[in-house]
Design a protein around this ligand. Structure first.
Ligand SMILES: Cc1cc2nc3c(=O)[nH]c(=O)nc-3n(C[C@H](O)[C@H](O)[C@H](O)COP(=O)(O)OP(=O)(O)OC[C@H]3O[C@@H](n4cnc5c(N)ncnc54)[C@H](O)[C@@H]3O)c2cc1C
Length: 285
């Protein structure tokens, strides 16, 4: 039988880590999903002067302190990206790479993607546009697929999908070396719009266009409204009250994903409140 956790924390930035340590202190059985760098935004910060107790610290140094802290508390990050979450009534089912995890409550601490959506992205979602290439790859067997990759992890998904697709175009949104197999065509152009009629037909770029049956947009995080169907949003942020409670019972949120200001301390503070709210909710069910 699948293990059912008390709290599943989605994300591994300051909001998620603070939620994790507080849930652990309250003796809850937790799982936290994210990556070993914790947060791209954390390791990129050149100098931080507004995190109390750490004057003039680099993001990478603060990351090391966070790492030490969670290690001392026996907390480990499960390195998976959660692709979708379903409220099943008594519990939540979290899907990652064909695997399923279960938890009584969830805390969304997924951060914010600063980049805007592409024109046509939302309109064609589910009609040729997707956020998890490995999940939907079988739908594109023998077809033409385009992957817009925002990070190196997207390359792994591209290699997998290329085994099924007839052709695969990879548009990297970052610089570097690409570990892609020979079947994949790398396109160095800027995507602007996704076009089609009933379904996706084309990706329009700054200088050219590609005919394609499917487009996968692979970023660090998935828009929260897509991640958890039914989650109430307020513009691009998750709607929460002051206890970090969302509109879905047992679902809490913290950090940049709940709104501005985008700051470490605010994210951590909200993570703590979310964890305590989850603990209180668990005592009532
Ligand atoms: C260059 C730079 C400098 C900055 N400097 C400062 C500063 O000096 N002071 C300050 O206060 N703030 C600063 N910030 C802002 C700060 O980085 C953010 O406010 C903070 O990181 C938000 O924390 P968070 O936990 O909400 O989200 P994030 O730090 O964005 O962490 C979210 C993490 O969750 C992961 N994730 C998302 N979705 C999923 C999923 N579905 N499954 C698994 N994992 C997932 C993401 O990959 C990411 O690693 C800076 C930001 C940048 C980019």
């Amino acid at each position: 039988m699948t293990q059912r956790y008390d709290i599943a924390i989605v994300g591994s930035g300051p909001a998620a880590l603070e939620a994790a340590i507080n849930a652990k202190i309250r003796n809850k059985n937790i799982i936290i999903f994210g990556n070993k760098d914790f947060s791209g935004k954390l390791i990129k910060a050149p100098k931080i002067n507004n995190y109390l107790g750490f004057y003039d610290i680099k993001g990478t140094e603060l990351k090391n302190h966070f790492e030490e802290h969670i290690k001392n508390m026996g907390i480990q990050i499960t390195e998976e990206r959660i692709d979708s979450i379903y409220a099943m009534g008594e519990y939540f089912a979290l899907m990652a790479n064909q695997k399923q995890y279960e938890a009584k409550t969830i805390i969304l601490a997924v951060g914010m993607e600063y980049g805007k959506q592409l024109k046509g992205e939302e309109g064609f979602l589910g009609r040729g546009v997707g956020y998890c290439a490995t999940c939907d790859a079988p739908l594109y067997k023998g077809k033409s697929v385009t992957i817009i990759g925002y990070n190196k992890e997207a390359e792994e998904e591209a290699n997998y999908v290329s085994e099924l697709a007839a052709e695969l175009h990879y548009i990297p949104m970052y610089k570097g070396e690409y570990d892609l197999n020979d079947k994949i065509q790398v396109i160095n152009d800027k995507p602007i719009e996704i076009k089609g009629d009933e379904k996706v037909k084309k990706v329009i770029m700054e200088n050219d266009s590609i005919d394609t049956d499917g487009v996968f947009i692979l970023k660090d995080s998935i828009p929260p409204g897509q991640l958890v169907p039914g989650l109430e949003m307020e513009d691009e942020h998750i709607k929460v009250n002051k206890n970090m409670v969302t509109n879905i019972k047992g679902c809490f949120a913290a950090g940049d994903c709940t709104g501005k200001p985008y700051q470490y301390m605010k994210a951590a503070g909200e993570g703590q409140v979310a964890a305590l709210s989850a603990v209180e909710y668990l005592s009532e069910i």
